[in-house]
Design a protein around this ligand. Structure first.
Ligand code: FHN
Length: 582
């Protein structure tokens, strides 16, 4: 069993820290200065590497479900067996120069690496444990070599650090009635506070011995509350050692940025900076047989999607036990790098889109410029809806001559004449030079080709104190609908009048049903009662009755709760109006 060094005065020490735990409120201009490089960067790499690259998803000859870095847990591998992997860790082709070059060529501006993942193995020389890279045949400090190369090459270097630790004897929970019943090490002597002191001592090592650490990406805090993890103390410690460091939200306390995972928010996260983290296949740590790679097009669209909503994109690589970044990852990063070489001006230091959803793609912007990212190349003209600004010029970003594209205006849109074929089938960027700050009015929602109307949560106008749009993989709904003053509305336009069946799609947790609500559109009212579904994320579609929309024009549909007998009304995802004769 690997050894650990404990902190002898941890009782006195943690009292001292808890007294000074709350960091003084940082002035906004100081925060903006500290966040500036990160907000401009838009694109970074996270490296998941460790002992789990040795089995690469296979244990005792069998494939183990789940991400590669979770093999110790998903394979229910006892600590003493898992530890033996350290004796096999000797990556002959590890070359930090190559890794940094791949990231830079991809247009990435920062690199994070797993200093310690959930398995507890440390990719750095830690004096607090011998379960680290120095006690393997490799015997080289990976973090030191990589941080030196990053600092040499002018790319920001950051650390991923897991609070959850399936190896440390003081980490709990484990054993009977825990998520890891197979870990039968006695728990009587385990002391979680002493484990947190170990975490803090390791952070001192990491934030002292490896130069400028730009980002601290905590993870795995979910088995304990922020209080039990002494999150405020840990954050205060990190900022006291590296005052410019940027810290994520995964210690359970909102910090410098939020961390949506494996998806691009459909609508900007307004309350904080944010960064989507994503794998290129289905695993963070290398798995020899995971060949489910996202296309370069998909990844470029995700990068653009993040920038268009004002966030960053953190893309993962999982090197092999030989120290190689898998070829499919490198190929995708090279394709992203080529696209950014031509179009990076529309991503780096860009601001989010002023538009609601655009049917043909996304938009980013800079002062006096709109960058129209056209994924789906329309025939003839490109419509830019709701733009009031005078457009001074339109041209292809990659056209060094900036040859003007023909422009015309209607009351509701700017129309750009396009060449017949898209110069870049993945994402062609058109620049609109505009006068002044973007001035965009939201067009009413139009009927679709077949005449239906989809009133999506992200397009709703939300009224009242609590209700809000929730972004997320199984979200995209109006949630927190808890106040009688909360209600929602949509403006939409009917060009093809008729009779429509109203359908509502919502989720409502078990036992929370019963709210009575009214849908009003024009002079018509539909009343119904919310029925519970299996959970707040389990959506069901329900047909209500028919309504007449007899004249072309703009309408407002509103949804209000008449009664709220339980915790909340519903998680409303959309309302659809389907033409009866359609
Ligand atoms: O459990 C980890 C997982 O292994 C991986 O590190 C991701 C990266 O964001 N974070 C946790 C899952 O959310």
């Amino acid at each position: 069993m690997r050894k650990y060094c404990g902190s002898t005065l941890f009782v006195l020490f943690c009292f001292a820290c808890s007294v000074g735990a709350a960091a003084p409120e940082e002035p906004q201009d100081q925060r903006n200065q500290r966040m500036a490089w990160w907000r401009e960067a838009r694109f970074g790499m996270v490296i998941h590497w460790g002992l789990y690259a040795v089995p690469a998803g296979v244990w005792n000859g069998k494939r183990v479900d789940g991400p590669g870095e979770w093999i110790m847990f998903r394979g229910r591998i006892p600590v003493v067996e898992y530890e033996r992997l350290a004796d096999q860790f000797n990556p002959p082709q590890f070359n930090p120069r190559e890794w940094v070059s791949i990231a830079k060529n991809a247009g990435m501006k920062y690199i994070l690496i797993t200093a310690k993942h959930h398995d507890g193995f440390c990719l750095f020389d830690s004096k607090l444990t011998d379960f680290d890279v120095m006690n393997t045949p490799f015997h080289r400090d990976v973090l030191k070599e990589l941080s030196d190369e990053c600092h040499r090459e002018g790319i920001q270097f950051g650390l991923y650090y897991s609070i959850m630790d399936w190896h440390h004897p003081d980490y709990l929970p484990r054993g009977k009635d825990s998520p890891r019943p197979w870990d039968t090490r006695p728990t009587e002597e385990a002391d979680y506070n002493r484990y947190i002191e170990y975490v803090k001592d390791q952070l001192r090592e990491l934030l002292t011995n490896y130069g400028d650490i730009a980002v601290l990406w905590f993870d795995g805090g979910w088995e304990h509350s922020a209080e039990e993890n002494r999150a405020t103390e840990i954050i205060h410690l990190a900022r006291s050692i590296q005052p410019n460091i940027i810290i994520n939200d995964r210690l359970g306390i909102t910090q410098d940025f939020n961390t949506p995972e494996q998806y691009v928010p459909a609508k900007a996260i307004q309350e904080n900076d944010w960064e989507t983290c994503m794998t290129m296949n289905d695993t963070w740590g290398h798995k020899s047989y995971d060949q489910n790679w996202k296309s370069a097009e998909n990844l470029i669209h995700s990068l653009v999607g993040c920038a268009a909503e004002g966030g960053n994109f953190l893309l993962n690589v999982g090197p092999t036990d030989g120290g190689i970044i898998p070829k499919p990852s490198v190929e995708r990063l090279e394709a992203i790098g080529r696209w950014l070489k031509d179009n990076g001006e529309s991503i780096y230091a860009s601001a989010p889109s002023p538009f609601r959803e655009l049917p043909w793609g996304r938009c980013t912007r800079k002062p006096g410029q709109l960058f129209l990212h056209v994924f789906n190349w329309p025939e003839g003209n490109l419509s830019v809806p709701g733009l009031r600004n005078p457009v001074l010029k339109a041209y292809l970003l990659t056209d060094s001559n900036r040859s003007p594209l023909a422009l015309r205006r209607t009351e509701e849109e700017a129309l750009v004449s396009l060449p017949e074929a898209a110069p870049d089938p993945i994402d062609t960027v058109i620049v609109l030079e505009i006068e002044g700050e973007p001035d965009v009015f939201l067009l009413p929602i139009h009927q679709r080709e077949e005449g239906s109307l989809k009133l999506e949560a992200m397009d709703a106008t939300i009224h009242g104190p609590n209700a809000r749009y929730e972004t997320g993989l199984d979200k995209g709904n109006i949630g927190f609908w808890t106040s009688p003053e909360d209600w929602v509305s949509w403006d939409f336009r009917i060009d093809k009048p008729g009779t429509f069946i109203a359908e509502i799609t919502y989720a409502c947790g078990k036992g929370a049903g019963g709210s009575k609500y009214e849908i009003t559109v024009g002079d018509q009212k539909l009343k119904d009662r919310v029925e519970e579904t299996d959970s707040w994320n389990d959506y069901a579609r329900k047909s209500l009755r028919a309504i007449q929309l007899s004249t072309p024009g703009t309408y407002t549909l509103s949804v209000k709760a008449a009664t709220i007998p339980s915790s909340a009304v519903m998680n409303l995802k959309r309302i659809t109006l389907r033409p009866v004769d359609g």
